[in-house]
Design a binder for this molecule. Structure first.
Ligand code: SAM
Length: 238
């Protein structure tokens, strides 16, 4: 059984919060820089902590901190106990803009389908995230983004789908690379890639028949699939 198949029971509208995060996370980990350590890993914006389960089971992480704003830690703790991962996965409620951890604590920070909600502003990465990463540690981010800025009818379609201000959370790979290079200067190695799992991650979200997935499918079929992508970002602290 592949890594992903073990998690198929979660590919439903009760658990998925968008395009299948297991696909994004699996690819994010497969394409990581060679020397990444997972010993203490932060799952930043973990949602229902399912991505934390995957990290706990499929990497050599000893501790995974399941950190989220919208989902209460107690709710995630119940799920963690059901999965018998309470010795490895630690639920924490909080805001990425004010994290309660020691500086230089994490070997890895992983963030799937979450970083764009709070990370688009200049200064966030360098001031709010990077201090918590050890030297030689790595921040790995998978987020939805744009192949290019949409124009004309596609721009209108995109803005209708993203309902106004949310459209500002979607950026190109070049935009993210420029922002992170500006913030991190020479203190980090930065790699930004386009993910390959676009079709299957969306298809499994549509198949869940979540009401938002049904709406997303209509918009992607009208042409949004031409401009959207998923972006993988790796920042290694020198
Ligand atoms: C679409 S969900 C993805 C959840 C999970 N990573 C997954 O892939 O299934 C986005 C998550 O980002 C989290 N989030 C948004 N803003 C945040 C912030 N400022 N601090 C921490 N988490 C945040 C939300 O709480 C939400 O659970």
């Amino acid at each position: 059984m592949s890594n992903i198949e073990k998690y198929r029971k979660y590919f439903t509208k009760d658990y998925l919060m968008g395009p299948n995060s297991f696909r994004l996370l699996d690819e994010l980990i497969r394409r990581k820089p060679a020397d990444v350590q997972f010993h203490r890993t932060l799952d930043l914006g973990c949602g229902y902590a399912l991505t934390s389960f995957f990290i706990a089971n499929e990497t050599d992480a000893d501790y995974v901190y399941a950190f989220d704003l919208w989902i209460p830690a107690t709710e995630n703790y119940l799920r963690i106990q059901e999965s018998r991962l309470e010795d490895k996965v630690i639920p924490v409620h909080g805001d990425a803009m004010d994290m309660p951890f020691a500086h230089e604590y994490f070997d890895a920070v992983i963030s799937v389908d979450s970083y764009h909600y709070f990370g688009c502003k200049e200064g966030v990465f360098a001031e709010k995230i990077l201090p918590f990463v050890k030297k030689k540690g790595c921040v790995m981010i998978a987020i939805p983004g744009l192949k290019a800025q949409p124009q004309g009818e596609l721009k209108k379609l995109f803005e209708t789908w993203a309902e106004g201000d949310d459209s500002l959370l979607f950026k190109t790979a070049e935009w993210w690379e420029k922002l992170l290079k500006k913030e991190c200067g020479n203190c980090c190695e930065i790699a930004v890639k386009e993910a390959e799992c676009f079709d299957i991650a969306w298809q499994e979200w549509f198949d869940s028949e979540h009401e938002f997935g049904i709406r997303d499918k209509e918009f992607l079929q009208k042409g949004l699939d031409q401009i959207l992508n998923f972006i993988l970002i790796y920042v290694t602290k020198n």
